[in-house]
Design a protein around this ligand. Structure first.
Ligand code: DGL
Length: 277
């Protein structure tokens, strides 16, 4: 690691574009921070890969971000947070947080009946991590977890508001609704982009929990605690610009990022950095 200080950038990574939902929250809650984002668009999805592979990919990316002298890292991917955060904590020298713990904490706080649904990738669901954190917080909580693998391609195809999407949401979520859940964790970074459609299907008695919001809040507290809050200028002044790296086509990423973040992203703001395997 090189020299970092409070005005160094923060690193954020995801398997692809989904982590931009976390970037959006970070930009709102920490407008003075400069972000270096890495989206592993060539190797997405992580959600059906083994723990070993996700750890290897995450280590490569965290190493790359540290080479860019980031002062802290947000693992903006539920799958990488579930499978690789413990390993990264051992090898990365800068402070690092994931999205799972803050998301679980928010859900435990919000649920009145203690019946919580968790939707995520297969790898996250199989890891049992949300259940472990939720029950660690309140042992009486009942957790109903469901993998929703079709949600990621629906988002990537832009079908966030479409009758097909509604019927797939029903297919996955009706059984959770029958269990009487009163809150639902959107445990995959793509899912907040389906928020409106999911809300329509589950109705107003189920509170949706977006871990991105809680993660940005926790990250801000972490930076404060470590004396690492930036004193830089707000916004996208040229010397304080965010940078995006991807492992595949920058053009597709740029248009998706522009839509999610509602800001113009120039061609020079997105660069390709691929890893060997
Ligand atoms: N970003 C991943 C997550 O939050 C979803 C996409 C994938 O499977 O890689 O779990």
């Amino acid at each position: 690691m090189g020299d970092t200080d409070k005005n160094s950038p923060i690193g954020v990574f995801d398997s692809g574009v989904g982590g931009l939902t976390v970037v959006k929250e970070l930009m709102e809650q920490l407008p003075k921070e400069r972000i270096i984002y890495y989206g592993d668009t060539a190797r997405v999805p992580y959600g059906n890969k083994s723990r070993e592979t996700v750890i290897r990919y995450s280590r490569e990316i965290a190493g790359f971000l540290c080479e860019q002298n980031v002062k802290a890292i947000v693992v903006a991917c539920n799958t990488a947070s579930a499978l690789a955060l413990d390993e990264l904590n051992k090898s990365v020298e800068v402070p690092i947080i994931g999205v799972v713990k803050p998301g679980a904490r928010a859900a435990a706080d919000v649920s009145k009946k203690g019946k919580i649904g968790v939707i995520a990738t297969r790898a996250t669901v199989n890891s049992g991590i949300y259940e472990a954190y939720l029950k660690g917080k309140k042992p009486e909580i009942e957790v109903f977890a469901k993998a929703c693998p079709l949600f990621v391609p629906l988002v990537e195809e832009g079908l966030t508001d479409d009758p097909i999407t509604d019927s797939i949401i029903h297919m996955y979520l009706d059984e959770l609704l029958e269990k009487g859940i009163d809150s639902l964790v959107l445990g995959c970074t793509h899912y907040p982009l389906l928020k409106d459609s999911i809300a329509r299907v589950v109705g107003e008695n189920v509170t949706l929990v977006n871990p991105a919001f809680e993660t940005a809040r926790s990250f801000k507290m972490l930076l404060e605690e470590k004396g690492l809050l930036s004193e830089g200028k707000e916004g996208q002044e040229s010397e304080n610009r965010n940078m995006f790296y991807v492992s595949d086509s920058p053009d597709q990423f740029r248009s998706f990022a522009g839509n999610v973040l509602s800001i113009g992203i120039g061609a020079e703001d997105v660069k390709v950095k691929a890893f060997a395997g």
